[in-house]
Design a protein around this ligand. Structure first.
Ligand code: UGA
Length: 443
């Protein structure tokens, strides 16, 4: 089938690549000439396992092309995905300017029936706005062409995006048009094997499903972080509590890991956006506000431990930091807990010596060169002449470190772990003090 994807970001590029991989004929349109040129030369703008090979092999096979030419894109696709960014406005609500710009451009160029799919995470009611925008532009141009706007939210996780897209748990289609349903069933048939994963619903429910899913997951995390903080106060161990409650299948083991807060481009933005959308319809979303407030506080947790340990004086100290990205297997630093920690340490006159397997370049891009940040080539090098070690991201490479080497390298024999990677008894056997989230030491 002929498909066009507007927006070559995370969602758009992965979606385009997997559609091409199963044999669809895909045109990707982006306003960023540089990005388009790079992709034509095999340079992929994001780090995502498996994506480079997938994009480049389909590009070579001619199943995916990259262009800045919107007219060409609209002409090509009977199915058009809108996968552009929806950044947060100053008040936290989602800014739809890019989505509506694509809608205008589609309307200005379309000559035949189109199915327009909202793939970006957009507030409830956006499909109606896209419909209104297309209708307005068609009318202005004196054109009478039919179209459908469908909500088809994406549920991929960074670091596992290709696999999530190839093997989705569900495919949500928000549409009441039988014609669109039929076409989209055909489009997604290669991803809809074993059992029917397609769930058809009205557009607004599909739009809300995306927010509800992310907000539920964020709620699980903030809830566990609250329990971890209580465990510290009560002298309990959150790891035991986690196993104890996870064994109830109604709760489950997934997404109940306490830590130094959730980050990334999705949870913080989506929780805030739903709070704002709720306010706009006169509803005070108290649970969501609490989820956000707990997460905000949790991102300061490691800093609080460090300040308590050093009696509020870290001036001139060097802190080794393992993990900069908001989670493992990505170089994404958006809303990463490491940023809160580094920025607060710098305010106090401390230095940071950091290592991350993928996010060093991104850190350099964000913070530039500054005397109180050194980016080190290995996790061991980051320990040299440091006072202590802090951990913000659970990369596999940090899970079984040489504790004796750590003890020899750092001067104050203490680890502050924001991801609960180690067994406290094992760390202390090596003569190191160990602060972890909700595990006793920090009472
Ligand atoms: C999230 C959702 O998991 C995806 O389903 C969704 O499609 C995506 O947002 C999106 O809307 O595009 P992602 O942001 O890539 O995916 O990252 P997650 O793996 O969900 O992790 C989010 C944050 O939660 C990370 O900072 C992670 O460290 C934290 N987390 C996760 C915890 O603190 N505890 C947990 O138990 C799990």
């Amino acid at each position: 089938m002929q498909v066009t994807v507007f927006g070559i970001g995370y969602v758009g590029l992965v979606q385009a690549a997997v559609l091409a991989e199963v044999g669809h004929d895909v045109v990707c349109v982006d306003v960023d000439q540089n990005k388009v040129d790079n992709l034509k030369n095999g340079i992929i703008p994001i780090y995502e396992p498996g994506l480079t090979l997938l994009v480049n092999s389909n590009f070579e096979a001619g199943r995916i092309i990259f262009t800045t030419d919107a007219a060409k894109g609209v002409k090509h696709g009977g199915i058009i995905f809108i996968a552009v960014g929806t950044p947060s406005d100053e008040d936290g609500s989602a800014d739809l300017k890019y989505v509506l710009a694509v809608a205008s451009s589609v309307a200005a160029n379309m000559q035949s029936h189109k199915i327009i799919i909202n793939k970006s995470t957009v507030p409830v009611g956006t499909a109606d706005k896209v419909t209104a925008k297309i209708t307005e532009v068609l009318k202005k141009n004196g054109k009478d062409v039919s179209f459908d706007v469908v909500s088809n939210p994406e549920f991929l996780k960074e670091g596992a995006a290709v696999n999530d897209c190839m093997r989705p748990d569900r495919i949500i289609l928000g549409t009441t048009s039988e014609r669109s349903e039929k076409k989209l069933r055909e489009l997604y048939a290669p991803f809809n094997r074993n059992h029917d994963k397609i769930i058809i619903m009205d557009v607004r429910s599909a739009e809300l499903t995306k927010y509800a899913a992310n907000c539920m997951l964020a709620t699980k995390i903030s809830f566990m972080n609250e329990m971890a903080n209580l465990a510290e106060k009560f002298g309990a161990d959150i790891e035991n509590v986690r196993k104890g409650i996870g064994s109830d299948p109604r709760i489950g083991y997934q997404f109940i890991y306490p830590g130094c807060g959730y980050g990334g481009s999705c949870f913080p933005k989506d929780v805030q956006a739903l709070i704002r959308s709720a306010t706009a319809v006169g509803y005070d979303a108290k649970v969501l506000q609490a989820v956000e407030a707990v997460n905000y506080r949790q991102k300061e947790k490691l800093f609080d431990y460090i300040m308590r340990h050093y009696n509020n004086d870290v001036k001139g100290k060097t802190i080794a930091l393992w993990g900069l990205s908001f989670k493992p297997n990505t170089d994404d630093m958006r809303e990463a807990s490491s940023r809160v920690l580094m920025e607060k340490l710098w305010e106090q006159g401390a230095k940071v010596q950091a290592y991350d397997p993928e996010a060093m370049q991104e850190t350099q891009r964000i913070y530039g060169s500054r005397p109180d940040l050194s980016l080190m080539g290995t996790k061991e090098a980051s320990l040299n002449n440091a006072s202590c070690l802090a951990i913000c991201t659970e990369w596999q490479a940090f899970r079984a470190p040489d504790f004796d080497l750590i003890k020899r390298a750092i001067s104050d024999d203490v680890i502050f772990d924001g991801r609960n990677l180690y067994e406290p008894s094992i760390v202390s056997e090596h003569g190191l003090q160990y602060y972890a989230i909700g595990r006793g030491m920090s009472v």
